[in-house]
Design a binder for this molecule. Structure first.
Ligand SMILES: O=c1ccn([C@@H]2O[C@H](COP(=O)(O)O)[C@@H](O)[C@H]2O)c(=O)[nH]1
Length: 271
């Protein structure tokens, strides 16, 4: 099964466009987890067990693991999802981007070491830096297009021959890079009008949409701007707003309540 097929099944099975971001910051863990040797994995496991029937994907952010020398717990987290909840795809958020020879190793890291179903990459080094990822036909490659942060417009809005750079990126990926039909784009929830422009350019290509919850993206505006005709096309990711809904021992049940609420708010505006 390809990544896109797996994603489509998860959208349908859980009637959900919600992706839970796993950004495990040990300083925000409940005190009961502080001295536990595999605390990061245990934290993630509790969040996953509490939300697996409500989501279309999980998105672990690699920085939160590598900063703690806890790559083993990233491997364990992905393996846990794929064993216990094999219908839910895992998007590794590592935003790699480098020259072709190095990019090949990053693709091996994402797809063979971590066995992620999809990975985020930075397209700004050009096609040869993305090609090693795109050649994994059954895996998904999520390319930065219009990011959610405040500084997104510093470079991504620069005029390149009559259009902003992010639109050029969107059209180049659609027309030239998507030969295996495994490309997706990162488009931030914080920029709904740019999102609808990108939707016009790329047809039904899925968007990974960070920026709801802690970054304040407007759910109604983003769903209306980014959904496809059949009410899908979006992987709407929230990390801190979900996983730190409570910093006490009830963190997993609090996360579940936030995801229930988020799914409902999103579904209210789907076609
Ligand atoms: O444009 C982007 C691309 C990636 N991210 C990542 O998503 C999450 C957002 O976390 P929240 O707590 O939901 O704000 C985080 O892992 C970022 O690295 C993004 O925010 N924007």
């Amino acid at each position: 099964m390809t990544f896109i097929e797996k994603l489509s099944c998860a959208w349908e099975k859980n009637n959900s466009l919600v992706c839970v971001g796993l950004d495990p910051d040990t300083e925000r863990f409940p005190s009961s987890l502080r001295d536990v040797p595999d605390a990061i994995f245990q934290f993630n496991k509790a969040i996953i067990d509490a939300t697996h029937d409500l989501v279309c994907a999980y998105k672990p952010q690699i920085a939160y693991f590598s900063a703690e020398s806890a790559e083993d717990q990233l491997e364990k987290t992905i393996q846990y999802i794929q064993t216990e909840y094999p219908d839910i795809p895992v998007i590794l958020d590592s935003k790699r981007g480098d020259i072709g020879s190095t990019a090949k190793k990053y693709a091996v890291e994402a797809f063979e070491r971590y066995k992620a179903d999809a990975v985020t990459i930075n397209p700004y080094l050009g096609f040869d830096s993305a090609e090693p990822f795109l050649n994994y036909k059954d895996k998904g490659t999520v390319l930065l297009c219009r990011t959610s942060n405040r500084g997104a417009n510093d470079l991504q809005d620069l005029d390149v021959g009559g259009m902003p750079l992010y639109q050029k990126v969107a059209s180049m990926i659609t027309e030239q890079w998507n030969f295996n039909k495994n490309c997706m784009l990162v488009v931030g929830a914080t920029w709904p009008s740019q999102m609808s422009e990108v939707r016009e350019i790329v047809g039904d290509m899925p968007f990974l949409v960070p920026g709801v919850g802690a970054q304040g993206g407007d759910i109604e505006a983003l769903v209306k701007a980014g959904q496809t005709a059949n009410g899908t096309g979006l992987i709407i990711s929230s990390s801190r707003g979900v996983i730190y809904a409570s910093e006490g021992d009830n963190f997993a049940s609090a996360a579940r309540s936030v995801v229930v609420d988020l799914r409902e708010k999103i579904n209210l505006h789907r076609n």
